[in-house]
Design a binder for this molecule. Structure first.
Ligand code: SF4
Length: 379
């Protein structure tokens, strides 16, 4: 008869986990580095990361009596799609192409816990987390033998690469622990060099305040001007550090249908997105991770991406966005028009200057007009 640990692992694989391992519920190896990461301000506005800092370092403070942590990972890399003939289009980070992973992984972990309770015949004390609890998930995954912590701070598995989403069950059950995986980054520094904003400030350290994923998703206010050009055509998250990783060259595509791309996330039509009403946003992002940015955040990103196209045909929709109900969207549309330049953009900005009531948006408009006036010629 296989051990309980083996039965739990086999069941996890049958319900769609690609990897599963068990770590001891003791302080994680990188726990000591967490407070200094917070002290440096690298968490940006994600103040929730500073809450329960002690618990994050010791899982036994999260679940008293915890002995084991079952860590499961699912490959989320969606099947590649041919580039769209439509123009201009934006890019959504791969993890957000399909259904929200919190729901997908939570549902699998619920099933796994129900299986454990049936197998043991006990009301096992347990807590489930998917990117929401006060635990250092990637550290736990490395301890459970699922992969190593790459210099870009994502989990990497030799065969599956880094397109992995993880979730955990903390439990008071005693299970057999896996051995941690060793680091296979070696002398490689590709991700550090590829990051468009140099957010990987040192191996294994990301300054979230510079990271395009943070700036396009977590940041609720204006994107600092210094990073808007670097945003390029990204409208939700960024995969650059993972795209260049040699361990992702042969990474397979997911067979989890929930992570297949929705039609609009594959090659989002930027002009169409800029026209999304609150109702359309709600309908299109239902059950999607993109919902987290809210309409104002997503359209802010879209406006910047349109400004980065250098395409004069996007000036009219950006002018329409100068009247958007959200000041944040109006301000970034103004920036985009200032970058694109031209007489039409300048006239529209001048008109908006007389009508705008929000001080921050007005500053964006003033700067955009100034920028156009300094341009040597108009498009
Ligand atoms: S790109 Fe190189 S350094 Fe960065 S995570 Fe991948 S292997 Fe490690």
């Amino acid at each position: 008869m296989p051990s309980l640990t083996d039965r739990v692992k086999s069941f996890a694989l049958t319900i769609g986990f690609d990897l599963v391992g068990v770590a001891p519920a003791t302080p994680t190896p990188y726990a000591f580095a967490y407070p200094s990461w917070l002290e440096k301000g690298y968490a940006g506005e994600m103040s929730y990361l500073a809450r329960n800092a002690e618990k994050r370092q010791d899982p036994r403070l999260v679940l008293p009596g915890a002995r084991s942590i079952i860590v499961g990972a699912v490959n989320y890399r969606p099947p590649e799609t041919p580039p769209s003939a439509k123009s201009p289009t934006g890019v959504v980070a791969r993890y957000a192409h399909g259904t929200d992973y919190h729901n997908v992984l939570h549902e699998k972990l619920d099933r796994l816990l129900a299986f454990i309770r049936t197998e043991t015949g006990q009301l096992v004390n347990a807590k489930i987390y998917v990117d929401t609890g006060p635990i250092l998930e990637r550290d736990l995954a490395t301890r459970a033998g699922l992969g190593w912590y790459g210099k870009h701070t994502n989990l990497i598995h030799k065969r599956l690469g880094s397109w992995l989403l993880i979730g955990e069950i903390l439990t008071d059950l005693t299970l057999e622990y896996d051995r941690p995986t060793t680091d296979h980054c070696g002398t490689c520094t590709r991700c550090l060099q590829a990051c468009p904003t140099q957010a990987i400030v040192a191996p294994y350290q990301v300054d979230a305040r510079r990271c395009l994923s943070y700036l396009t998703i977590e940041l609720k206010d204006a994107i600092p001007e210094a990073y808007r050009d670097a945003l390029g055509d990204r409208i939700f998250g960024c995969d650059d550090c993972q795209d260049v990783c040699p361990w992702n060259r042969r990474a397979p595509e997911t067979d989890e249908p929930a992570f297949f791309s929705r039609s609009w996330t594959q090659t989002p039509d930027l002009v169409e997105l800029l026209r999304w009403s609150p109702e359309t946003f709600r309908e299109k992002t239902k059950g999607s991770p993109v919902k987290r940015a809210k309409r104002r955040g997503l359209l802010r990103n879209v406006a910047v991406a349109l400004g980065n196209t250098g395409d004069p045909t996007v000036v009219p929709p950006l002018i329409t966005a100068l009247s958007d109900e959200e000041p944040l969207v109006r301000g970034h549309a103004a920036w985009a028009l200032g970058k694109l330049g031209g007489d039409t953009a300048r006239e529209a900005l001048r008109k908006a200057q007389t009508e705008e009531t929000d001080p921050q948006t007005l500053r964006e408009i003033d700067r955009a007009i100034e920028k156009i006036e300094k341009m040597p010629c108009s498009i």
